[in-house]
Design a protein. Sequence first.
Length: 172
Amino acid sequence: MKILLKINAGLIAPQLPDITGLFKEQSTVLIEGQLYLFANYEGDKQLVSDYDVELFIAQRNEETALKSIVIDTVSGQLDGYANNDNEFTVPQQSNEVIATGQLAISDRRFKVPFKRIDTGRIQLMPAQVLDGQFSIPLKFETNGIWIVNQELVNSDFQTPIFELVEYTFSVL
């Protein structure tokens, strides 16, 4: 059974109510300023968790769920070009090309890497989220076909935080 036990600083083993080896998959977690041991208890004692395990797991899953980025509009597109799904044809070095959409995170700025598929060159674009709305000015320095996808958008973070389908930008 999964269990959360309050622990103090120092060695954990002396603080456990049963043999250390019965606490599998151990990790320490901080909940509301208190340190807990989170483990799978495989012993026979009727231990009571010091914190609601189901609530903790639900909160942890909610925190680790990837935030979906969906581009709703791209202003400044070139007219007259046939685009596939999630493809946009835009001019090179334009200040008018801006991608926008909804993103359910707190206000912040971050870098979004775009990759030119023929050369592998990476160009960073500044993203800003304000009141749940993101905007990314797309001033591509060179023409070609550029992509952004989940791997690229998460490359600046230790653990992935965004979910993103691949978008293609044909830059003329």
